[in-house]
Structures are given as C-alpha cells and as structure tokens.
Design a protein around this ligand. Structure first.
Ligand code: HEM
Ligand code: SF4
Length: 559
C-alpha cells in the first residue's frame, strides 16, 4: 500500500499542530463557535446529537494492520471502546472529547492517517472496490490512480470551497462494486481497442434528497488526462453550481438543469485549455506510484487444499460461512475473506476496540498485514491462503466476526440515524437490529439468498437506501418517527433507484413489513432468481398488495 514520503508526513504533522493551536484558542474563548466551525470541519470533527463525531479517512478503503491497531487503541483510550465503519469506507468515532482531538490526530499521524477531506465542501475521500488488486474480474487495478487523485485533491486550492461536497469513486472491474453511478464523478477503467488504459467518465450521480444515477460525460478518456478532465468538470461545477440553496447545490442538480450535452460542452471548452497542463500524469509518475501497489509476495500454491476441503465436508457451520464470506482470488490457492461487522442485534458497521485489534492480528498472521473496508461496512482480508482459512475462521468466530451473512438480508447497510446524528428524522440502528432478530435463523436467511437491505435515518441517504433491493428511509411526521419502504433499488452496472411501495410504517411494524416482502418473493421466485430479479420481473404491485392488504386505508392515514 502507499507509504507517506516526507512531504506527506510533514503536511499531516503541520496540520496536527495547527489544529492543536486552533482548539486551544477555541477553548480559551479566543475563537467563536462560528470561527472554529470550518476549522474543525476541515479536520473531520462534526458536532452531533450528543457529542462531537470524528470521521477518520481511510483512503480507498485500505488499511494496514498497524493503522487498524492504532484505531483500536484510539477508540479504547479516547472513545467508548468502539468505532463505526461507514459506507464511504471511513471510520467514525462517536464520542471523542473535543479537547482530545488534537491528541487523537497526533496519534493518527504516527501511522500515516488523518481526518482531512472527510467533511466540508471539498473533494472527499476517494472510494473504490474492496477487492481492488485481487479480484479475478479486475481489468485494471485502480489504486495507483486513486492514490494520485488523493494527492491531487487534498488541499487542491481551487476546490476547497465548492458549492457542496464532492465524491469520486473509481472502479476497474467488469462488475462495478464501487457504485460509480451514484457519485459526483465515477471513473470506470478499461482497456480500449488499442489495449491502452482508458476511462469511462460518469458525472452527476448522487443519492441524498434527489437521487440520480450519473450520466456518461465521456466514453473514452486517456488515463493521462484524468486529473485535468476532473478539474474541468469541477471547475464548471464550481462556477455554476448553486450556492443559494444547499439542497440544490450538488453537481447532479447542475447536470440535470443544463442537460448532459450542454454540461459536456462546457466541460470540453474548459478542458481545451486545461488539457496537457502540468497535472497531466506521466508514465513515470504512474509507475512510481504503482510500485506501492505491486503484488504481494504470493507463494505458488495448488488450486485446492485438502485440509480446507475436508473442513468444508465435515463442518457445516464452517461450510456455511465459507459460502458467504470467502471470495475468489486472482491467485491460485488464495482467497479474499470478509469479516462480518453485522452480528445479529448489533449496530451494523460497528467494531469494538478489541475486534479492531483482533482483525489487525489476523491481517498480520494471514494477509500480509493489510486489509480493506467495504462500503457495505465490513472488513476484508484480501490475501488469505486456502490452508489458513479454517484457522482464521476459528479466531474470527471467537471475536464475533464470522456471522455467515455476507450479501444476505441481515448484512444491512445502516447509517448512525437518530441515535447519533443530529440531522436524523428517525432512528435506524434499532430498525436494523429488529430486522436482524426477525431473520435470526441462518438456514432461512441462506434460503432467502442474496438481498441488500439499506437503511437511512433521513433523506440525506448516508445508508444508501435508494440503491438497496429493499430500502428503508426514516421520515418525520408530526414529530414522530415513521419509515418509508422502497424496493427495486440496485447498485452495480445495472444500478437502479428503488420505488416507494406506499405509505410509511411505524418502527414496530418494520420487521413484519420486511417479512411480508420476503413472503411474496418466496412465493413468486423462479429457481435461481434473487429478490431483486423477482422485483424487476413482477413489479411492485404484488408486494404492495401483500404488505398493505386491507390495511391500506389505515396506513394511508399517516402518509
Ligand atoms: C453522523 C453524521 C453525518 C452527517 C451530519 C451526514 C450528513 C450528510 C448529508 C447532509 C448528506 C446529504 C448531502 C447531499 O445530498 O448534498 C449526506 C449524504 C451521504 N452521507 Fe452522510 N452524514 C453523516 C454520517 C454518515 C455516515 C455514518 C455515512 C456512512 C455510513 C455517510 C455517508 C454518506 C453517503 C454515502 C451519502 C449519500 C450519497 C451522496 O453523497 O449523494 N454519512 N450525509
Ligand atoms: S442519512 Fe440522515 S440520519 Fe443518517 S447519518 Fe445521514 S444525515 Fe444522519
């Protein structure tokens, strides 16, 4: 993975001392709340419902074991013994003390981490596929370009005060796992007819209050120009994006207002004089950064391991876990392994300090000391030998990290919601927990099969509810908490935004509502059909009819 050079380290160290002094002045009453606000936000510190929240950047979801161990130690020492991995592959601490944050940032700097770019109207942490570099369906490993973009976007002077936050995702696989279409800019890498690396550029996607899937602004961009082309896009947005209304300030609104053709023309006009400027990436620079992402020192291994095969044959619990959590790898004899942060009845995405330290140890023992965070809020060891998988499972199970539910209904994506977030309309974590308890039977869960259920506590959509096969959105009606349900959303190449099935529900109704959706699916599905396929084939009405039944009139009363 990327290692800081002395410039990276100096920038981060300086930032820590600046922020230490800013915090001191604020606590001494020399800076007002208003003056301190942008300074803390630039360092990832939000003020939430009960306490500050610190969002720590995990660039493109990659962590070393030393970094995760440090996060475990920090969450124990300065927080309440846990952290929350977010849908943008970052880590959030929910209970740090404002006066401790400079010390936390100083500790993070010792392991090449910071909280810059995790807040504010700048280019945020760049995200990508959690299997980058090891996926068998990978066309191009996007991490070197993602790193170059990280360096370019951090402190980019022109883009520090955009109309609104700006999110970029990169993907280099046939199956998109980075949700490029739901980002302000999505970059899809491929080899063109001349066998040269090229990029398909998507723009104007986003979830939030107005969910929109991105449009293709350029089918073919030579990789050398990725920074200058993004500069052209963001410059047009910076000039013309709306600053008068925060709800209409994202680039998606501008692209929609102008139309993709007009927007493209403006970008191309801007690019005409940005193209070939010093931000054009050279072969030498790409190779220099790519040396940080060369292959791990893999052994030559056979495709099968007798011990692994025997364990599957003799241990059904292990076999069930392998089926969901162990993924194909480009190297013979290796697998990527997902550790579930979704044990039933616990807040999705939360990891205790002990779990973080245990995962760091597992990464050291079995995965070259590296791991990934997925936007589904789980942790992944990317390079595990088949012969080590059983031992890894035993330790993961002892640490409550081996719930065999990856990709299933209880692998819920969930935002912090009303328990923590001051913008929430409703709680989301208790809804996730109640649904997990409703579907606590693993055989049944496996029978239901692949299903993505996503929950957001308000229309800001941090929990990606629009692209969940089942989406749940917290809404406020006359001061009480209700939940709106969508179905048919999907991430990936054939992404879609879910459709609302009807009037909203009270919290206690939610497990039953999800149960009814599943009942329809089980009754209607053809063999091999996933929930989303059935929804796409038969449409919303059968689901709606079963969920509301005769109760529609009653439910309508609280629309
Ligand atoms: C608790 C403090 C949080 C606050 C105040 C907050 C605030 C917001 C706001 C205001 C938006 C809507 C922005 C817009 O559409 O212009 C948003 C979107 C989003 N946030 Fe959060 N958020 C928080 C936590 C999280 C967490 C924990 C995650 C990950 C689990 C997350 C990931 C996202 C994502 C993925 C989006 C929507 C996608 C998009 O940008 O279009 N946020 N957030
Ligand atoms: S979706 Fe709403 S409630 Fe949930 S974290 Fe985002 S802003 Fe907060």
């Amino acid at each position: 993975m990327y290692k800081y050079d002395e410039i990276d380290q100096a920038i981060v160290n300086e930032r820590v001392s600046q922020y230490r002094d800013q915090t001191r002045r604020y606590l001494a009453g020399e800076l007002s709340d208003e003056e301190f606000r942008p300074l803390r936000l630039q360092n990832g510190l939000y003020i939430q419902r009960h306490a500050p929240m610190l969002r720590i950047a995990v660039p493109y979801g990659t962590l070393s074991s030393a970094q995760l161990r440090k996060l475990g130690e920090i969450s124990k020492r300065y927080d309440r013994g846990y952290g929350h991995f977010s849908t943008r592959q970052n880590l959030q601490l929910n209970w740090p003390k404002l006066e401790d944050v400079p010390d936390i940032l100083a500790e993070l700097a010792t392991v090449e981490m910071h909280a810059i770019q995790t807040s504010g109207n700048c280019i945020r942490n760049i995200t990508t596929d959690q299997f980058a570099g090891v996926a068998p369906d990978e066309i191009i490993d996007p991490r070197a370009v993602a790193e170059i973009m990280r360096q370019w976007s951090t402190f980019h002077p022109e883009f520090a005060l955009l109309p609104r936050k700006f999110k970029i995702a990169v993907s280099g696989t046939k199956q998109d796992r980075a949700i490029v279409q739901a980002h302000d800019i999505g970059l899809e890498f491929y080899y063109d007819e001349q066998n040269k690396m090229a990029i398909k550029v998507w723009v104007g996607g986003g979830l939030g209050r107005t969910p929109i899937l991105g449009s293709v602004i350029r089918e073919h961009l030579e990789w050398q120009h990725v920074l200058t082309y993004c500069e052209a896009i963001i410059r047009v947005y910076n000039l013309h994006g709306r600053r008068d209304n925060a709800y209409k300030a994202r680039i998606k609104i501008l692209v929609k207002a102008l139309g993709i053709d007009e927007f493209r023309e403006q970008v191309e006009a801007e690019w005409a004089h940005l193209k070939d400027n010093p931000n054009t990436i050279t072969e030498a620079e790409l190779s220099r950064v790519a040396t940080y992402f060369t292959e791990m020192p893999y052994e030559s291994l056979p495709a099968h391991d007798a011990g692994f095969d025997n364990a599957i044959a003799s241990n059904p619990a292990f076999a069930a876990w392998v089926k969901r959590s162990v993924h194909a790898h480009k190297k013979s004899g290796y697998r990527a392994v997902t550790l579930s942060l979704k044990p039933h009845g616990k807040a999705p995405g939360d990891a205790t300090s002990e779990q973080m330290i245990a995962v760091a140890d597992l990464a050291d023992a079995y995965s070259f000391g590296e791991l990934r965070v997925s936007h589904e809020q789980n942790l992944i060891l990317t390079d595990v030998k088949l012969s080590d998988v059983y031992a890894l499972w035993e330790t993961a199970r002892a640490n409550e990290l081996a719930t065999p539910n990856i990709g299933l209904l209880t692998d819920i994506i969930c935002c912090p919601g009303g328990d923590f977030c001051s913008l929430a309309n409703a709680k989301s974590i208790p809804i996730a927990e109640a649904i997990q308890m409703q579907f606590d039977n693993l055989d049944y869960l496996h029978d239901i099969g692949e299903l993505e259920l996503n929950i957001s506590g308000c229309m800001n959509a941090c929990g990606h509810h629009h692209v969940g096969h089942i989406g749940i959105l917290g809404v406020d009606k006359d001061g009480s908490e209700w939940y709106q349900v969508t179905i048919g959303g999907k991430q990936g190449n054939d992404a879609s935004i879910g459709a609302v099935i009807g009037p909203s529900f009270a919290a206690e109704e939610m497990p039953g509502v999800v149960q009814k959706l599943i009942d329809v699916y089980i009754a209607e599905r053809t063999p091999e059909e996933r929930f989303i396929d059935t929804v796409r084939r038969i449409g919303i009405p059968p689901f709606k009819a079963h969920v509301y039944g005769k109760a529609v009139e009653k439910a309508d009363a609280h629309v």
